[in-house]
Design a binder for this molecule. Sequence first.
Ligand code: 3PG
Ligand code: MG
Length: 399
Amino acid sequence: MIGVKTLDDAEVRGKRVLVRVDLNVPTENGRVTDRTRIERVLPTIRQIADKGGRVILLAHFGRPKGGRSEKDSLKPIATAVAEELGRPVGFAEDCVGEPAEKAVSAMKDGDVLLLENTRFHPGEEKNDPAFAKQLASLGDLYVNDAFSAAHRAHASTEGIARLLPSYAGRTMEAELAALSKGLEKPQHPVVAVVGGAKVSTKIDLLENLVAKVDALVIGGGMANTFLHAIDIGVGKSLAEKELAPTAQRILDRAKETGCAIILPVDAVVASEFKAGAPNHAYGIDAIPSNGMILDVGSQSVDRINAAIDDARTLVWNGPLGAFEIAPFDQGTVAAARHAAERTKAGKLVSVAGGGDTVAALNHAGVADKFSYVSTAGGAFLEWLEGKALPGVEALKTKG
Ligand code: 3PG
Ligand code: MG
């Protein structure tokens, strides 16, 4: 169904299995503050280890730009992985060369080893074939379980997959299946909810969506740019006014493809961007000239929820308002909860992703009630843009 080989196809007993995972988790003072990505890769690690494979984890951390730095070491993450896994996890001080070779050759069937940050070598981000070869020499098979890094054509995500028999791990598999249900082969009608601050970061995404979905809800700061483009005054609100022609082009395209565009019809306005700032709701054609739109209003939420009711599939990226400061989280929370209810009732397949989106859904208390929530940021966006992801493509051509 997803067009790549999976762990079901892999014979791992006694084999050295290089498993690319995404352990790029948020930390504070060396402590992991959100373990979601670690939790997501446990099934793949366990299944390979339980079948007698030797699990060699490859991962990046931060953006050290090809040099070593203590703050970007994966060493503390090995401890967190071991805790979550409930088994020991070895650590090698380098991902290639003697430290890696020694650690790998000391492994027994069922052992788990994490190699130091692949980005400590410039060859990683350059996708240098010689570096990919060094990595590949440590294993017999390659498993990619890092969908969230699959938009990067790096040695550990792309180059290596061309050198070894390659498979998708369980999280990669789940992610590809969910995304296929969300946009590639969805049940129509499909509604997309796109929010967040800026149009400029999501132009490709909006253009792809208007060609594919039946209705597109635009919220967050980016909606202001669209409102401005259709001559609605947005006061002091965040808006990329220079992108009005782009917004207009997207609106025109939507008309051609028959995609309904759902813009706010009312908004919650304050005079400053601050938690608890005094605020008032206005109809969208009556935004005060000194006001700042910080959330969609209740009539807009009703319209969004009605669009969700009409849909069988929902794809969500980006919050509808300034959800990180109360009370401007209310529009996002209300629509997210409505989508969760429809999902629970079996009426809707709901797929969401992107860093802020996951935070917003967690804040609304519904992240586990969506059909699928992707932990991917950039990779989820590029997928929504209809782009091929190098890490996924490489799995397709070799197995
Ligand atoms: C992420 O955190 O989104 C992925 O791990 C990719 O990281 P990057 O944006 O530094 O490539
Ligand atoms: Mg990132």
